[in-house]
Write a protein that binds this ligand. Sequence first.
Ligand code: ATP
Ligand code: MG
Length: 218
Amino acid sequence: MDKYENNIYKAKGKARRVGIMGGTFNPIHHGHLVTAQEALSQFNLDLVIFIPTADPPHKTDGSIASMEDRYLMTVIATASNNDFFVSRIEINRKGKSYTIDTVRGLRSVYGKEVSLYFITGADAILEILTWKNTEEIISLAKFIAATRPGYNLAKIEDLKAKLFKNKREGDDKIFIMEVPALAISSTDIRNRVRQKRPIDYLVPEEISHYIIKHGLYK
Ligand code: ATP
Ligand code: MG
């Protein structure tokens, strides 16, 4: 366990229900924050750990801020929330991030007693089938799929039917959570910065200052 993970563990040493929000966070925005907060409350989590990716396998469009900038923005955006933490577990590992390695790492930090809840957008959870070691991931963690109200759940139900023998098992592993702020995306924020359009209220104020100060996404 490295120093950073140790600090998170100590801060919430008695944690039993841990939310995990992985992402590029390029940049982090209010959609991520609202989703984490909603998961914390709906699922009675003790904390949510944000995990910025090092070198995301699925994103290669060149407009990615450095991992230290993304990490720092994530720290800044979550600093005022006592239940939000940021992990360097993927950044320190370097190279491509695979969910299985992160889940195994968190399991070894938190032990068997803790329930790990992966919080993702509904679309991201559908990619689970393209991840390595799907079965092992599912045996180690549960999933909270954030959807916007009115989202068509058919694809998620299909996925559950494919992965689990019976519906009860699936319903205990993959949960749907409606979140109102889902239209916000980092892609839109980067485009807005490039086009000199406002990003106020889409990201925390400190994040728009950080982006300007460091000349990101121009
Ligand atoms: P990009 O536009 O570059 O793909 P993004 O806004 O989707 O970025 P990511 O860092 O890719 O942000 O997302 C991290 C996690 O947060 C993923 O699980 C994603 O599905 C989820 N997510 C992204 N945007 C939202 C949002 N507005 N509301 C809830 N969850 C979101
Ligand atoms: Mg995305």
